[in-house]
Design a protein around this ligand. Structure first.
Ligand code: NDP
Length: 283
């Protein structure tokens, strides 16, 4: 297998700890471990250098094998994994990252995220204190959270004295999260969009379809471009080789400010709404 190992052309976003994250990465939620090797291999061949997995996806091993066989130098890759809810708490967090690293076959990840706040357990502050130590120990380069609301973030910052580098949240044209994004910007937190395509639901929208036609692009490419132009880190998932390639082919066109506003305005449309769990109650 040969890979083009020249440095990827994807733009990066500088995190509040000085590290950089590729603005476009590849997600592997709901991909069985046995299919993950092929999907990640296709993605790396297409040029993606950032992979987003999680303990609970049960496919860290497939991600790790694809990375190892790619021959791409480790420093050119950006690997994210997430701490599952059952592992919250100081000691269990330390053990959980060690176990993820073994499955991934890596010495460190680039970004470790608390997957959900599970505020009723009251453990996310202690969990993030363990993250701070894991960063000092070199087991993760950056630390962040996922599915945190503004209130959760304020509690975390107050309790740990540290602003997380990233908050990965559900964000797509039907849920554009403008208030939370503005809060992130004020705090220096990078916004990472999960379900960036609305798990496919955004793609049949007429307004997005019309914009796609004007650019000679697909609806998915337009939605990914929208994320990039509003400053999100975006991690579309696909197991379909042609889609993996086309979702990456988004650097040769630009949406107009009017088109960006039209897509952001779909919060009130037929595709509006949350797909995943409610951050206040999930877990
Ligand atoms: P996405 O919004 O990325 O949508 C994925 C779906 O869209 C799949 O069904 C895929 O089909 C389809 N699709 C992809 N590209 C195209 C295309 N070009 N044309 C038509 N359909 C397309 O949803 P995800 O939920 O997977 O979110 C992305 C990533 O975010 C996840 O993989 C995961 O890494 C992360 N995530 C994080 C969560 C969290 O709690 N932190 C929760 C959920 C996701 P197919 O694969 O068949 O091609």
């Amino acid at each position: 297998m040969t890979f083009n190992s020249e440095t990827s052309t994807v733009p990066t976003i500088t995190l509040n700890d000085g590290n950089s994250i590729p603005a476009l990465g590849f997600g592997v939620f709901q991909v069985p471990d046995e299919d993950t090797y092929d999907a990640v291999t296709h993605a790396l061949k297409a040029g993606y250098r950032s992979i987003d997995t999680a303990k609970v996806y049960d496919n860290e091993a497939g991600v790790g094998r694809a990375i190892a066989d790619s021959g791409i130098p480790r420093h050119e890759l950006f690997v994210t994994t997430k701490l599952w809810n059952d592992d919250q708490g100081y000691e269990s967090t330390v053990n959980a990252l060690d176990a993820s690293l073994v499955r991934l076959g890596l010495d460190y990840v680039d970004l470790y995220l608390i997957h959900w706040p599970v505020a009723k357990k009251g453990l996310f502050v202690d969990t993030f204190k363990a993250f701070q130590q894991l960063k000092k120990d070199g087991k993760t380069r950056s630390i962040g959270v996922s599915n945190f609301t503004q209130a959760h973030l304020e509690q975390l910052i107050e309790g740990t004295g540290e602003v997380p580098a990233v908050n990965q949240v559900e964000l797509h044209p039907g849920l554009s999260q403008s208030d939370l994004r503005a809060f992130h910007t004020g705090q220096g937190i990078a916004t990472e969009a999960w379900a960036p395509l609305g798990q496919g639901a955004s793609l049949g929208n007429e307004i997005i379809g019309d914009i796609a036609k004007t650019h000679g692009k697909t609806p998915a490419q337009v939605v990914i471009r929208w994320h990039l132009q509003i400053g999100n880190v975006v991690i579309p998932k696909s197991v379909t080789p042609e889609r993996i390639v086309s979702n990456f082919d988004v650097f040769d066109f630009e949406l107009t400010p009017e088109q960006i506003n039209a897509i952001g305005g779909l919060d009130d449309s037929d595709i509006a709404g949350r797909i995943g769990g409610d951050p206040d109650t999930f877990g």
